[in-house]
Design a protein around this ligand. Sequence first.
Ligand SMILES: [Zn+2]
Length: 321
Amino acid sequence: MDFTFLGTSSGVPTRKRNVSALALRGPEEKSWYLIDCGEGTQHQLLRTPFSLHRLAAVFITHMHGDHCFGLPGLLASAGMGNRSEPLTLVGPAPLEEFVRKSLALSDSYLPFPLSFLPVETLKQWSGGNVSVEAWPLSHRVPSYAYSFTETNIERKLNRDKLITAGIPPGPAWGKLLAGEPAYRSDGSPIREQDFFLPPRKPRRSVIGGDNDDPGLLAQACDGAHLLIHESTFTEAVAQKLGPSRQHSHAAGVARFAERVGVPNLILTHFSPRYQQTGSDGNPGIVELELEARKHYSGNLQLAEDFASYSLTKSGDFSRAS
Ligand SMILES: [Zn+2]
């Protein structure tokens, strides 16, 4: 499972960071998923290997412009590139009207069908090798997190047990792996549940939208390897600005991640005020990092545009580029 940040700034783009978007590739998948689509996301994609022909679904966390203004242009470009595969868009109910009206009013025609799934009623979405669930958050407009859980975990035969039971490598092993009825040499059936190793833990990641209450993700993070969450401010700045912005601060997210024991945490969606390191009294991104480290003992990363991370089958998580 791979994650590539396409935008990590909140509200407005800066010279180094675009507004929110993240590409996720599921295990063993050629296609990919887009989570949020701030303005200019299609420009960012031009600098990555991700193709609009292989985009399997789009998940929008909430309707603020820095998370969805890039969608009409991205869809129109996919159309001009002769995409023909249907595309699923998951997001708050107003997303459909926003997209359809933007396309209609700009006389844009798509040569591929769009299907909209309102996140408010989404129970579960499955595609490729992932299952996606939505989790309501707390923000100025309805906002959601999406959890991506690996499906189709490979099954492994218990070789030692088979051999001990007098079933040597041969056609019966192939039949077991294919899920077909298998028999011993004397013709008696082999109970397949007796000869498979317990499946490994599925890879699971939780990707939050804007949110001022990380505690809402406690259940979503149960068994998760990775949480990606906004950290727009430091705690002091968040307190100075008051609760009306309804964003998280680094300390709050870090304390939550520590409490629920999620082993990997990536902070993103940084206020532009932190993006000019150190000069003129500007605090710099490092301020957010230092604050989070005080409260979180796991693997902490601060997202950058075009940074890629990999989560392996064994649950190892690291930056790939
Ligand atoms: Zn927002």
